[in-house]
Design a protein around this ligand. Structure first.
Ligand SMILES: [Zn+2]
Length: 339
């Protein structure tokens, strides 16, 4: 069910003609569904709690939701990660690997498949996939940069095709809870914005019996969450780092100057997973080309303590809010009221 090894190899750019694309997608999805029927009795649909996360690039899953992923795996839930691109346009922070960058060998994507696999091993997540298969859509680069306009990037993806790919996965894995970014993609990166659009559309379409019946039995997930970061928590981090004489988190004095962060009262859900901070940090280290141990995340960890990394925050976007057993009446569990 899980590994990328079972997925077809990525198409060469331009290999698939427009007209063939839909048929190819449907054929692949049908194969996936056939495979499911044979395995359905054993895994993972007999697992009571099932969580699906949709992220834009390898490393986003760890930074934003690594502790929660590790926690739910440890508790026996089925956790599926869908990553939309290989992160080909990422900046390479390891000097020996600088040649992999998009403007040199352009080989970062393949390398990051390995980094993601190592990170998932650290989090014990066995079911991780790339939307449409590895390399189907390329990293679009930061908003306003030339890669945005390449025809093969996720920002330029045919939304219908991308949604069908995700619907097939939703109908196959039947999650009660789906997690992605808010409409700004958290901080405005085009691939994050696109991940939001595709996930919101697929969340609804998967449950619609009239939508693409060939992609499997309809499945309506109960809840859709967007990842969040309360401004007060960010401000606390900034303040403590300043007290400790650090230069500051992303070099700002106020959480209002950060390109992300949510007003506290918007945040509906706060999941405490401090037991899994070590796994999250190990997963961060696995994304070697992307996350520097000297960078702001590790500086923040030193500054405010690892505790801050073990709590992850969300905004409930669809579905019914469960009991507010967490701080400030927030839900303390993504499955609250559901399973
Ligand atoms: Zn990203």
């Amino acid at each position: 069910m899980s590994s990328d090894a079972t997925l077809p190899p990525p198409p060469e750019p331009g290999e698939r003609l427009e007209a063939d694309a839909e048929q190819a997608v449907l054929a692949e999805a049908a194969t996936a569904v056939d495979g499911l029927a044979a395995e359905a009795a054993v895994t993972p649909l007999d697992v009571p709690r099932r969580l699906l996360l949709v992220h834009a690039h390898p490393d986003d899953e760890t930074i934003g939701t690594g502790a929660v992923m590790a926690k739910y795996v440890a508790e026996g839930a089925a956790v599926t990660l869908v990553t939309c691109t290989l992160g080909e346009e990422g900046e390479v922070l390891v000097p020996e690997l600088a040649h992999l960058a998009a403007d040199r060998d352009d080989a970062l994507g393949q390398h990051r498949i390995g980094e993601l696999a190592a990170a998932m091993e650290a989090l014990r997540v066995t079911d991780h996939r790339f939307l449409g298969g590895p390399g189907r859509w390329r990293d679009s680069g930061m908003m306003g940069t030339p890669p945005n306009d390449r025809p093969d990037v996720f920002w330029q993806a045919d939304l219908d095709e991308a949604v069908r790919e995700l619907v097939a996965i939703v109908r196959q894995t039947r999650p009660q809870v789906v997690v992605t970014y808010d409409s700004n993609g958290g901080y405005g990166h085009p691939d994050h914005v696109q991940a939001h659009r595709v996930t919101v559309a697929a969340f609804a379409a998967a449950g619609d019996p009239g939508y693409a019946p060939g992609l499997g039995e309809p499945w309506q997930a109960a809840k859709l969450y967007f990842t969040a970061f309360p401004k007060s928590v960010l401000q606390q981090g900034i303040d403590r780092m300043k007290e400790a004489g650090e230069t500051g988190f992303f070099g700002v004095d106020s959480a209002d100057d950060l390109p992300f962060g949510n007003p506290d009262d918007e945040v509906t859900t706060e999941v405490e997973a401090t037991e899994h901070v070590d796994a999250k940090m190990a997963a961060m280290r696995a994304h070697k080309t992307q996350i520097s141990v000297d960078g702001p995340f590790f500086a923040l960890a030193d500054g405010v303590g690892l505790q801050a990394f073990g709590t992850e925050y969300f905004v409930l976007a669809e579905g019914e809010r469960g009991p507010g057993n967490g701080p400030q009446g927030r839900e303390d569990d993504l499955f609250a009221g559901v399973a």
